[in-house]
Ligand binder design. Sequence first.
Ligand SMILES: Cc1cc2nc3c(=O)[nH]c(=O)nc-3n(C[C@H](O)[C@H](O)[C@H](O)COP(=O)(O)O)c2cc1C
Length: 466
Amino acid sequence: MSKQIRFNAFEMNCIAHQSPGLWCHPQDRSREYKDLEYWTDLAKILEQGVFDGIFLADVLGIYDVYQQSAKQALTGAVQVPVNDPLQLIPAMAAVTKHLGFGVTTSISFEHPYPFARRISTLDHLTKGRVGWNIVTSYLASGSKNLGLSNQVSHDERYDIADEYLEVLYKLWEGSWENDAVLADKKTGVFADFKKVHPIQHKGKYFEVPGIHICEPSPQRTPVLYQAGASGRGQTFASQNAECIFIAAPSKIATQSVVKSIRQKLIENGRDPYSAKIYALLSIVTDDTDEKARAKFKEYQSFASYDGALTLLSGWSGVDFSQYQSKDKVEYIQTDAIQSLLDSYVNADPARIWTIEEIANWIGVGGNGPVLVGSAQTVADELQQWVEDTDVDGFNLAYILAHQTFQDVVDFIVPELQKRGVYPHQYSEGTLREKLFNSEAHLPNWHRGATYRTGQTAPTSAFKKVI
Ligand SMILES: Cc1cc2nc3c(=O)[nH]c(=O)nc-3n(C[C@H](O)[C@H](O)[C@H](O)COP(=O)(O)O)c2cc1C
């Protein structure tokens, strides 16, 4: 039987997300990002297309690595201005019944205690449709505005993330027992005081003595997403993530990172398929291959070269304005996203990229590949990608808001459904139940489950499930 394919939509609460310059296209709507209708219209399109969810990226800094200045980012609206992603979710939830919401926040920019409450609130309001993309961030400009002289080093950010998660698991999983809430109007007892536990957390980075301030939400812990693919990032993912988002420019690079993640999951005692892996990709489609190619060519004419290098420099932590456009790109270790240059340089050493080539590549669809063609052509390619790379699905970036997603829903989804590789409808339940056909709460083998009902340390982090 052919492998199933899943879609997420990749978005961000800003103008030009993964395709810098395309906001100038007459049909692009991303300038409307400040309007609720922009988001509710999108949510309805995605639910019509049975997307697993909308995945909202976020940064709290400005892309000022390129030319060591914020000029290009501001001039070209390169992921700035950027509004808060969490506040979009209730509006989108109100016009949908099933769509999931994977929201990005960084462990570097908010204390886990108020963060736990913000996520629990969303999980209540959406009836359990919330996921959290755990990032450690990469822009030093963000850290500086929070009073740090510079960004904490790459691997230490993951150490902080480990403890951040420990605090959250204690709050979400361990603080309130399942039957703590009585809500008994006759006796006037709302909560059984003895069943709500202060978490007494005292660690290297955080001190949280009290209880979780929210009663348990449908999923307790949101579905956990992760998007860092360095060695340290993969270790963190294999200990926490239920869904993993990767971005690589080629099939070979994607194959290599998927293989490495599945191996890391096994090393941590997990089923290699217990985390769903979504690869970044964009689709340009139309009635015929010819029309789709013409569309793509037109889109390319709007791509911003400086905008692309602004993104590349911010993601990688390397100022690419100091090189010539024909220079070959080499791997440079930085404190930003280490897996980024790795996916261009090391994952497929036979493919040599110049700076100009990467800039043109990123200009339409960011780091991910762009599939161009009729529904039949693109569906063939998607199936081949899944076969060749072992991904579970795709995190689809838009090129034109919302035309790209509307085209996918009108052309690609019906073709995949006809082939029996894409769902016709949602299953019931929370996001976790829909994705894994499981319980609403974290599975018993998960690290977070070891913190339930007063247990304070992970004694058996993972049970082998393969
Ligand atoms: C595909 C992908 C998407 C990411 N999205 C975000 C994001 O929206 N916001 C953010 O602060 N970091 C984001 N990151 C950064 C990482 O999740 C990570 O915490 C950090 O930069 C280190 O990444 P590394 O382990 O690949 O070196 C992303 C990384 C990747 C690979």
